[in-house]
Design a protein around this ligand. Sequence first.
Ligand code: FAD
Length: 596
Amino acid sequence: MNRYTAPLTDLRFALYDVLGADAQFARLPGCEAATRDVIDAVLDEAAKFAEQVLAPLNQSGDQEGCTFDAAQHTVRTPKGFKEAFRQYVDGGWIGLTAKEEFGGQGLPETLGAALKEMIDAANLSWGNYPMLSHGASSALEHHGEDWQREVFLKPLVSGQWTGTMCLTEPHCGTDLGLLKTRAEPLPDGSYAVSGTKIFITAGEHDFVDNILHLVLARLPDAPAGVKGISLFLVPKFKVGKDGSVGERNAAVCGSIEHKMGIHASVTCVMNFDAAQGWMVGEPNKGLAAMFTMMNTARLAVGLQGLGLTERASQNALAYARERLQMRALSGAKCPEKPADPLLVHADVRRMLLTQKAFAEGGRLLGLYAYLHEDVARHATAADERERAQALVSFLTPIVKGMLTEAGIECTYHAQQIFGGHGFIVENGMEQYARDARITTLYEGTTQIQANDLLGRKVMQLKGAGLKHFLSEIGAFCAQHASHAELAEFIGPLSAAAREWGTLTQEIGQRATADIEEMGAAAYDYLFYSGYVALAYFWARAVAAAQASAHSADFKQAKRLTARFYYARILPRTQAHLAAIRSGAATLLDMSDAQFG
Ligand SMILES: Cc1cc2nc3c(=O)[nH]c(=O)nc-3n(C[C@H](O)[C@H](O)[C@H](O)COP(=O)(O)OP(=O)(O)OC[C@H]3O[C@@H](n4cnc5c(N)ncnc54)[C@H](O)[C@@H]3O)c2cc1C
């Protein structure tokens, strides 16, 4: 047990039947190459890579972990990891979505997301190495100078080098305004970067010769706080403007962390001691540049939650079919066997259906966000690009927060379905639960996603993305208002969408009177929003399945999962609503001393 089969049927259903991604690509300039034939070929080959190369390394990688050589400051990744990376590069996967001018294949990000879900399901730890490179590439593409794109971006896209993201310091994680790393200008236009960064994923490893660290640091005259942060590219081996690779830079791994999960994804303390670096973007505007990378990474971490949900649910379902325990309450379902399979028991089905609802609904939410990223980049009309961008930016904290929290819930359900065997290492379920835990912590904790959603995306930006999303839900409900077979979903969905709008206004009014109300509401508002968004995608899934050429069983399974979602998961919104309406006082009235 510890299997993984890429969910190709559901991925195709999501891309073609629900989202119409192929039709979108056909009309978006620059995406035309992504025809159905190409998409199908990419999905099939990606599935093989995930199932046959990465999945078999997941458990062994967890058990072996990464090894640090303190004398050489080097890291050895688990057996097979380096070779898998080589295969990934040779197969052209690493540059799948990068622009052709930088050596990529220029395919849509939506397709990259489908690939990423499979990678994360197969081997979350391994997936972190290319994920960081992808983030570094997008920061360089958007904020780098021409020579930097030539010298640094191309080797990232080709997989010759990899990238990192160096934000966190011992005293600052969430609050980057506190960071102390310094950058002094040098006569040749480069900078001497000094400081310590902690928790740096893929900071040192044995996949490639050179590693490009994107480091947040302060110039000598920088203002305090987030307005005084700049972004620097600091290579492991120095690189000149002409691309020549020089001596070892003073950017070294001091130690690696021992962690609860993702053992095969190395987490480094990085020491920069007047290391040579190059500024990326403008002075004191580093955080904006880093946000390009962080937003890419936040959506990507959402997919990690989704991948784990999918893999855990596949194993739990297989186990529930095989394991015989007790009889169904209404009498034996398999009288020829000594007991019935776990699958007959209502509460086991609750857990399996929860996983199915989050996996398939979450897939739609994630791919929808990525599809709008493609629209935001490629649409010809400015207003269409603007609308798509507003939607992506609004949905990013929901994708990240909701899909990772669902990943935790669903990997726990998988363990529970395995009973005591879920606690035993060799069965693999406890690894999923351990690996899932990090996804709600890095790339901004769930609380930070919640603050971003309510504070920035809804309040500060006047809810532009929310308005677009609600009007889309409204249009969908209107379109299907007379469709009897959808009535059980359309009524509750339009009521939930109306309530979402009213609730947002209520919070806005309360926060105007007392800003603490916003912080007190944010967490519940994130979940409330996530559950309503998933309700929208479940209604769309039923409508799309109905109109598709899929089998009657497939259509019925979509309907029954949607019915389960609306009956047993969507009502969670009401608990969040009540918590929000209870106001900030229940959280703030107790004095610090009274906490005990
Ligand atoms: C395995 C691993 C890999 C990582 N990889 C990288 C990497 O590659 N690069 C990198 O730069 N960093 C990386 N990180 C760091 C990670 O992003 C941070 O740990 C994370 O952002 C949280 O920061 P912190 O740990 O300092 O927690 P803190 O900022 O101290 O937060 C502690 C708690 O307080 C809450 N909190 C803080 N502020 C608020 C607020 N305003 N409102 C509500 N709640 C709040 C947080 O949600 C959290 O629950 C990694 C961490 C780990 C463990």
